[in-house]
Design a protein around this ligand. Structure first.
Ligand code: GLN
Length: 196
């Protein structure tokens, strides 16, 4: 059984995530409404603009639905803006911006500064024998992580890939480099066989 992974498709970089997930054997579905969540076993929250996504999550009725699935243990992988959406604390967010609080990290929006708002770096990822090329685009900067958060990669001493329970987050865009290892890692952490 190929797991069905929902890709939040309100805004942002969702298409490339679908391609990476397909490459590692998952079925995908674009999620825009609560009905789209039916049968979805895990979700990817893509990059884009987290304050816009926050608004659209509320107006579509998805915010509460996804939040309750996350608290029931639905696996989720958030990248860039998606990391912001999953974080427990968002610094420099818009006043009305909401996040799911699914991983105990504090992130600062656009925390790498506007002058170098985009950069690329090779990252040593725990368990991977060769570096993963990280593309950072107006990336959030992790300012602190809780005790239960496992850091899988850092850049200049700052966590850029981390996991807590079923939730994995990256401050970069793993879907943009044609390297699906992190999507595979996300899926491998979960046994979807025995789930509905
Ligand atoms: N700066 C964006 C935000 O605050 C994130 C950028 C991205 O996802 N590439 O949501």
């Amino acid at each position: 059984m190929r797991p069905l992974i929902g890709v939040l498709a309100l805004q942002g970089a969702f298409a490339a995530h679908e391609a990476a997930l397909a490459e590692v054997g998952a079925q995908t579905r674009q999620v825009r409404t609560p009905a789209d969540l039916s049968g979805v076993q895990a979700m990817v929250l893509p990059g884009g603009e987290s304050s816009v996504m926050s608004k659209l999550l509320e107006s579509s009725g998805l915010f509460g639905e996804i939040q309750s699935r996350l608290s029931d243990g639905m696996p989720a992988f958030g990248t860039c803006a998606g990391m912001i959406l999953l974080a427990s604390e968002v610094l420099d967010g818009r006043a009305d911006q909401r996040s799911f609080g699914a991983i105990d990290i504090s992130v600062r929006r656009n925390g790498y500064g506007r002058q170098i708002d985009s950069f690329e770096a090779d990252l040593a990822v725990e368990g991977e024998s060769s570096p993963f090329h990280g593309v950072f685009i107006r990336a959030p900067k992790v300012e602190s992580v809780g005790h239960s958060v496992h850091v899988l990669a850092t850049h200049d001493g700052v966590p850029v890939l981390a996991r807590q329970g079923n939730v994995m987050v990256a401050s970069f865009h793993p879907e943009l480099t044609g390297d699906a290892r992190l999507h595979r890692l996300f899926l491998q952490q979960h046994d979807f066989q025995h789930e509905g």
